[in-house]
Write a protein that binds this ligand. Structure first.
Ligand code: DX5
Length: 226
């Protein structure tokens, strides 16, 4: 049984001077959730926004928010992202010494726990906590910036993860993030990803956000069905 395809914009390419309005436009375009790329300038060589910016946008839309924490110490501010109105928190396995405890804390806060793996990070790092996760994010770029080239070799990692999840009978989505466009999304979906993050490609879509979301969803759904 295929898991529902979800199209998730990254707000990284959005106009940071109008983020509330940008969220309204994304919701109107039919996105399934919005991803906030939280970067601390330490874990990744870029600095973006924190919980207060997310909280300021929360009241403008109803769509689900997920916080992608590309930060060196995610445990410190977990409650802040939940209070800001995020329904999911994604922590990088490379940034916490006690992933099992961190995921449990996210769940205890009433939020959905997810773990992200950089391209060089093996699947083994989440194999023993799949029962605690609602989603695993397989990065298809090295995090820090939008507009990078899609790393197609991650597709085999996505497929291996899908097999691991299904073999264990876990209820876990697979998300990919980085370089997802109309030309790369089919490979990612065919490999087993059902949650697809797009930033640059979606914002550059000539026919606009709504058509972009519709096209990406159609292409991914067709690829998923084979
Ligand atoms: C990590 C970020 C980006 C962003 C999407 O750098 O997480 O992957 O969300 O970037 P693009 O523009 O490649 O869709």
């Amino acid at each position: 049984m295929n898991r529902p395809i979800q199209i998730v914009p990254s707000v990284l390419p959005a106009d940071f001077s109008r983020l509330g309005e940008e969220c309204v436009a994304l919701e109107a375009a039919g996105v399934d959730r919005i991803q906030w790329d939280v970067m601390d300038g330490n874990f990744v060589p870029n600095l973006t926004f924190g919980p207060d910016v997310i909280a300021a946008c929360r009241e403008h839309v109803d769509v689900m928010f997920e916080a992608h924490l590309m930060v060196t110490n995610p445990d410190e501010m977990l409650p802040n992202y939940v209070e800001a109105g995020c329904q999911m928190v994604i922590v990088h396995v490379e940034t916490t010494s006690h992933l099992h405890r961190t995921l449990g804390r996210i769940r205890d806060l009433g939020c959905s726990p997810a773990a992200a793996l950089n391209p060089s990070t093996p699947l083994d790092s989440v194999a023993s906590v799949l029962d605690m996760l609602d989603m695993v994010l397989v990065m298809t770029v090295n995090p820090g910036f939008g507009g990078q080239a899609y790393i197609a070799s991650m597709e085999s990692k996505v497929t291996a993860l899908r097999n691991l999840i299904d073999k264990g009978g876990y209820d876990v989505d697979i998300e990919v993030d980085g370089g997802i466009s109309a030309s790369t999304i089919s490979g990612a979906a065919a490999a087993g990803a059902n949650v697809l993050v797009s930033g640059s490609a979606l914002y550059k879509y000539e026919e606009g956000l709504e058509h972009g979301v519709q096209d990406l969803r159609r292409i991914a759904t067709e690829a998923q069905s084979g």
